[in-house]
Design a protein around this ligand. Sequence first.
Ligand code: ADP
Length: 504
Amino acid sequence: MLDSIRTRLTLWYTGVLALVIVVLCGVAYFIFWRSAVRRTDLNLVELSNSFLVTLRAELEDPAGPEDFHTAAHEAIDEHHFRDTLYAIVDQTGKVILTSVETPSANPPSRAERPGQSASANPPSRAERKVLSSASFQSFLDASLNSDRLFVQIPVSQAGFRGFAQHFTAKGKTYILIILQSLHPQREMMEEAGTVFAWLIPIAVLLASGGGYFLARKSLAPVVSMSSHAGRIGAENLHERLAVQNERDELGHLAQSFNKLLNRLSESFDRQRRFMADASHELRTPVAILRGESEIALSQQARSPEEYRESLEVMHHEAERLTRIVEDLFTLTRADAGQYPLQPSHFYLDELVTECMHSARTLAQAKKISLTFEVAPESPIQADESLVRRMLMNLLGNAIKYTPEFGRVTVSCQCNGKEYAVNIADTGCGIPAELQPRIFERFFRADKARSRAENDGGGAGLGLAISRWIAEAHHGRLELTRSDSAGSTFSAYLPVDSAPSKSPG
Ligand code: ADP
């Protein structure tokens, strides 16, 4: 299940979203709590101010109590609300009065303070507990040194918020301490927590459903592409994937895949053509061999001359077959990058001279003059036997396609970086429209002439192999001129370029 991108995307999305929601809720919870505490602090300050106003009014009232203790008692009595605890402390830190000791209730007619419920308020257990707690004691100690002080007193479940303020009455300094229970705030936060606890899983569930739907929708084209691609095989290689939007990523993917199919299809076609051409080329000599042997075997009384003639024909075709098979083998290995080149140092001008010497008999048979415009020493590093093969192909063609009494001229030049071996003839030339195709495998401009020559006839592979040899040496082979006056082929070979091991 985790192998599906859809599921993984949904899980990632849900996980990240859940994390974000939890963090946001945590931050919101913290901010709510801070704001509730700040509101409590404001309330405490207000309570303190109003208490002091009442206390001063009691003390200044001529009909009121004369001593501080009674006046404070009455002021506490008047301001004592539920969840609020008053204490008055003298300069030495001694608690001289607390609302716990004055448990008289406010009359119901008294106005309620905002945020508080005025009611009968006997001291709660929490209030008694807080006054005897160590935290309260340290609060008292700290309040002696500070005019105004807010603290958190972690007593009982909810805890208390404490406020201390110095004031003077009847010439003495006292500290008013007001503690307010944080119970309502805690309750509010608990409610918020409960809401979050419900909302988070619901939000995550809804979001993961949406995420799954989105992932499914956006990956649907990939699924359809993959199933279409799965149906494309050798027999329907012409089919292409549908490109819905060529500008988006999936469009690019489909286009790249289609381009790959184009290349594959071209390569398939080339391969098919190659196979068809190869079998066609092999069929002719095999048919001649069979026919000749059948005739020889069917005739009982044949003269030795007749047998010899048949054997010569068969030998000729066998040679031709061997040559085609060898050429095919060379090209197949070259295509697979498996033709091991054996580079060595030699002199190109010497090799050209040797090749011309070998071709001399062929040229003499047609009374063709063969000339080498002697070149200076031309050292080169290359595969000598392959370069010889290329030169012999080019020389052979020049002689083959040049009529009697023609001329074949070879020259070798160097421009410092590469050698250019030019083989020029005064032959029939190649029609302009066919020139771009002469390096194709099995291509022959004039099949009759190519086959009929007494060298055994070519299969149209010579130039393809020659071009591969030049390219294997990081060079090139070009037809530089061809018209009715003849043709010139130029092979360019780098002076110091080591041939690649796996030319393609
Ligand atoms: P082939 O074995 O038929 O000669 P190549 O690959 O060597 O095959 O040559 C391909 C074709 O190019 C030949 O069939 C011929 O038509 C043409 N060609 C090659 N060299 C020459 C040339 N020097 N003059 C005229 N045509 C040529």
